[in-house]
Design a protein around this ligand. Structure first.
Ligand SMILES: [Zn+2]
Length: 610
């Protein structure tokens, strides 16, 4: 983390910390909040002071749903403009979606490409969601071990060719991979079970009513029911992104009461806008799921109040203006997405304060809860001692108008244009450094890529760390080589060390590693990674056992396969194919499978130590 060079004291008559507003002086040192003192406290010599008067000083916002679109679609947005716009709105942390970049973030190497693209272009801190697509399920162990904060999937077509939707069967395979890591699956919940042709079929493509009817609330209800069922069966954390349909709320309330690990977000556009006010042909309002009727909007606010909806995220989804097809106003062909990261705070505040909500509600919905959801709750999302000094000073009473001139993100298109909004951001600090001030960016790009940390693994003693690594791979030499590189800081460094150590092993070490695995089938019903065997017939198990014996006899080591999420039949099929190969081919394949298993177990390491 870049550190602020000299100690800083920020004074305000309205410091908002953990729901309480009071006059305070906030001391910042080395990028963190060092102390929160009474307003009148004496300032030590050498401390820079800034008196913010009665501006509200609170924790910077975290937006967990942002499409930055870089690399590959930087003409749609990009890290530099997205993060600058975020800083202009008091957002100090954003989490990037695995689409619509090219490549989409569905493999470890694509994640690598994204990290490279982000380097030197971040005005604020940025974390990353990985993506689940049907053809890359086998890549998930490596992706999870590389440091993404969770995974995202679609149940309808995403609009991007290389990010197709998953089916329930795909999620049956993906969730057992995710559950042991404790990371969430974020799901775009729309599911079309009608068998009707998609949206192109509406009679008048300029009609908002018809567009709305083409993506009915029942799509959301069916999708959410499916996701809750999977959550119940796998124990994996699930998160409903951009909830639009309020009819889903009773189902979500029940799921939460039942204790399912489910969280829910909604977006400013569902809270601020309603279908009744959207003119035909005005595709600036197109998003999916669509903005619904006013009555629906009221219910979403009630769900925010009672906590059924956990927090608010923007789903900032920009595109070049021509893709919005504003001239023709065709809702079926326009890109669906609304860019709003810069205006998250005023949009929500304008509506919230009319409804009697206060600043403490805002802090919960925009700072504390989203940061905690992304796994950043120990360092971000609160104005508290020891926390990162990510702060925003803003005026809740001031109003302003959104115009092309005030928009900082790349394309100056907004459904909120030329209207008055309440709540104006004055200054934003990242780790105690001012990154936005009085309408202008301040300082260099100093944001960091937030890769999942290995803090627990880094801080346990050597014996515990060794034990944890033993569960990942049985090679003593591999364990020594990885241990020697502790502490790692994050999963990206840990998985790189694990891979290098694996590549440096001798033949004997490799055999030792192979021998650490339980045989597939033949009485290993209690092995969680082989849970797919549970539904197998005796005949299949018997075939597996015999094929295993034949395999070991032919190659001199046991059959190794990444088993998590696979059925017994799938394992048997793979075993039969591989039994026909040469020893050289199988040595390579076993090594690949072994390392995949190792990375998958590494991705769980933090959780086993907590
Ligand atoms: Zn989105």
């Amino acid at each position: 983390m870049p550190k602020s060079s000299e100690p800083l004291a920020l004074r305000s008559r309205r410091v908002l910390a953990d729901g309480v507003i009071s006059p305070k002086t906030v001391f910042v040192e080395n990028g963190r909040i060092a102390a929160i003192a009474p307003y009148e406290v004496e300032i030590p010599v050498g401390t820079q002071v800034e008196d913010l008067g009665s501006l509200v000083l609170m924790a910077g916002l975290t937006d967990v749903h942002v499409h930055v679109n870089e690399p590959g679609r930087t003409d749609w947005e990009g890290f530099a403009t997205a993060t600058r716009a975020a800083s202009a709105g008091g957002v100090t942390t954003l989490i990037d979606m695995p689409l619509n970049s090219t490549p989409v973030t569905t493999t470890a190497s694509a994640f690598e490409a994204k990290l490279l693209a982000a380097q030197g272009s971040l005005a604020i801190d940025v974390g990353f969601w990985g993506g689940v697509v049907p053809e890359h399920l086998e890549e998930l162990p490596g992706l999870l071990a590389s440091g993404v904060l969770g995974l995202k999937a679609f149940l309808v077509h995403s609009g991007i060719e290389d990010f197709p939707n998953v089916t329930a069967a795909d999620l049956e395979k993906a969730l057992p991979l995710l559950a042991p890591t404790g990371l969430p699956l974020l799901v775009h919940c729309e599911l079309d079970t009608s068998g009707r042709p998609p949206v192109e079929g509406i009679p008048n493509p300029r009609s908002y009513r018809q567009y709305l009817a083409s993506r009915p609330g029942s799509w959301e209800l069916d999708a959410i029911a499916l996701v809750l069922d999977l959550c119940r069966r796998t124990g994996a954390r699930v998160h409903i992104v951009h909830l639009s349909c309020a009819q889903a709320l009773p189902m979500l309330r029940e799921a939460k009461a039942e204790g399912l690990p489910v969280t829910v977000e909604t977006c400013p556009h569902y809270l601020v806008l309603s279908a009744e006010g959207i003119p035909d042909g005005d595709t600036r309002f197109k998003c999916a799921p669509p903005i619904r009727e006013d009555q629906n909007r009221q219910a979403l606010w009630e769900a925010l109040a009672d906590g059924t909806i956990d927090f608010i995220a923007t789903d900032h989804s920009p595109c070049p203006p021509e893709l919005k097809r504003l001239e023709v106003g065709d809702f079926t062909k326009a890109w669906g997405g609304i860019a709003s990261i810069q205006f998250l705070l005023p949009l929500v505040w304008t509506e919230a304060q009319k409804r009697g909500f206060g600043l403490a509600d805002l802090e919960r919905w925009l700072c504390t809860k989203p940061a905690a959801f992304a796994g950043l709750g120990a360092t971000k999302g609160r104005l508290a001692v020891g926390y990162q000094a990510d702060l925003v000073a803003w005026d809740p009473e001031a109003s302003f108008s959104i115009t092309a001139e005030t928009i900082v993100y790349r394309h100056k298109v907004s459904p909120y244009e030329n209207q008055s909004w309440q709540g104006s951001v004055h200054s934003t600090w990242l780790s105690g450094q001012k990154v936005w001030s009085s309408g202008r960016p301040s300082g260099p790009f100093m944001g960091e890529a937030l890769i999942r940390t290995t803090q627990a693994f880094d801080t346990v003693d050597q014996t515990q760390a060794r034990e944890a690594l033993k569960r990942c791979c049985a090679s003593e030499r591999w364990i020594d080589a990885v241990l020697a590189r502790r502490p790692f800081g994050d999963f990206h460094a840990l998985s790189a060390a694990a891979t290098e150590a694996w590549q440096g092993l001798t033949l004997e070490d490799t055999l030792q590693a192979f021998s650490g695995h339980a045989k597939i089938g033949g009485g290993h019903r209690t092995n969680r990674e082989q849970a797919g065997l549970a539904g197998a017939t005796e005949t299949t198990l018997d075939k597996l056992k015999k094929a295993n014996e034949a395999y070991a006899a032919k190659f001199g080591f046991s059959f190794l396969v990444f088993a998590t999420g696979k059925t017994a039949e799938e394992m048997l099929k793979l075993l039969e194919i591989r039994l026909a190969r040469t020893k050289e081919e199988e040595w390579v394949e076993a090594s690949i499978q072994h390392h995949k298993i190792t990375l998958f177990r590494l991705a769980q390491i933090e959780r086993t130590l907590k």
